[in-house]
Design a protein around this ligand. Structure first.
Ligand SMILES: [Zn+2]
Ligand SMILES: [Zn+2]
Length: 351
């Protein structure tokens, strides 16, 4: 049997970099992909600490943000061949069930986030090789002119940011507040602009991250609640109304409550944060404000569009990459990313 290195979840607070058997094609719709570039996500850190409560089985490989080269395809995969460079959605789905037919791929009974389903035959991508189920629809060819890094974020955080903006129903001219200027928040800002947002306001406690959002031109105004009262600034910028759309990209009680303070009556709150605890919702204060609230796992349905926009130069997410390490140093990468060492934003693993 062939072996490979991978990041294996052994229980809460117990991730190990170790040798495991190389995955193989199981179903005719599968592809085997050699991971050439991957990155660590905030949800990997959630799994690291709370994987058991999230349903991740001890023994599973985690990681779901990656691109690679097709090593082998199953008999039903006709649109890809060995050697193709592919960007892969972080969530796979069958494409045929009740939910997939309705476009709610995230709820496909046969689907999952890579490495996150609680089934040991669904293994993640912090590994040298990964089995990609339903490969014809989950993989997307990388144009020759683009590098791995150019499209690395399309399969998860850029799709997530886009999903948050899309679900926020942003209209041309809107003021959009994005709570959280981390990688997902910044992808939401990039996407909000695509939907025509006129004024994008970033809120975060980290001045370095706010500075990046301003320097990249993806936010027009940055607010650190430690030095300014966000609600006052937002009201000053919106004729005292509040934001048309709030995209929440943190996943905490504070950010949840802030989202409902910053939104104007009739506006839309789009929640992208990963919540690991419940939050009380004061419905008595909010029911008469005619708000729309959207939440949920990303539907990764616009990868081809996003890859085209990157190819055309309309989107560039390379500035999110703060650190690049060889894959063999991935555990150091987890430390850098989690503790924001040297202002780590996205830590990329090669090979
Ligand atoms: Zn992710
Ligand atoms: Zn399905």
């Amino acid at each position: 049997m062939d072996y490979m290195k991978a990041v294996v979840f052994h229980g809460n607070d117990d991730l190990r970099f170790e040798s495991v058997p190389r995955p193989q094609i199981i179903n005719p719709g599968d592809a085997l992909v050699r991971v050439t570039t991957s990155t660590i996500c905030g949800s990997d850190i959630h799994i690291k600490h709370h994987g058991e409560t999230m349903g991740v089985k001890p023994g599973n490989i985690i990681g779901h943000e990656f691109v690679g080269i097709v090593e082998q395809v199953g008999g039903q995969v006709s649109n890809f061949k060995t050697g193709d460079r592919v960007a892969v959605a972080c969530v796979f789905s069958c494409g045929e069930c009740f939910y997939c037919q309705k476009g709610i791929h995230s709820q496909c009974p046969q689907g999952s986030v890579f490495g996150g389903s609680g089934k040991l035959d669904n293994r993640g991508a912090h590994a040298e090789y990964v089995r990609v189920p339903f490969a014809s629809r989950v993989m997307h060819k990388i144009p020759d002119t683009l590098s791995d890094e150019d499209v690395l974020f399309v399969g998860d955080i850029l799709s997530t940011g886009y999903y948050g903006a899309e679900r926020g129903e942003i209209k041309a001219g809107d003021t959009v507040v994005v709570i959280g200027s981390g990688p997902v928040g910044m992808c939401a800002m990039i996407s909000a602009r695509l939907f025509g947002a006129e004024q994008i306001i970033a809120v975060d406690l980290d001045n370095h991250r706010l500075g990046i959002a301003l320097n990249q031109g993806i936010a027009d105004k940055a607010i650190n609640p430690q030095s300014e009262e966000p609600l006052k600034v937002i009201k000053d910028l919106t004729d005292n109304r509040g934001a048309d759309v709030v995209i929440e990209a943190v996943g905490s009680k504070t950010s949840f409550e802030a989202a409902f303070r910053y939104i104007r009556p009739g506006g839309t709150v789009s929640l992208l944060g990963v919540y690991t605890m419940g939050v009380d919702f004061p419905i008595n204060q909010h029911w008469r404000r005619n708000l729309s609230v959207k939440m949920g796992l990303v539907e990764v349905t616009h990868m081809n569009l996003l890859i085209e926009l990157i190819k055309d130069g309309q989107i560039n997410t390379n500035f999110l990459i703060s650190h690049v390490l060889p894959f063999t140093e991935i555990m150091k990468g987890y430390e850098l990313f989690e503790n924001r060492v040297d202002n780590a934003l996205k830590v990329v693993l090669k090979g």
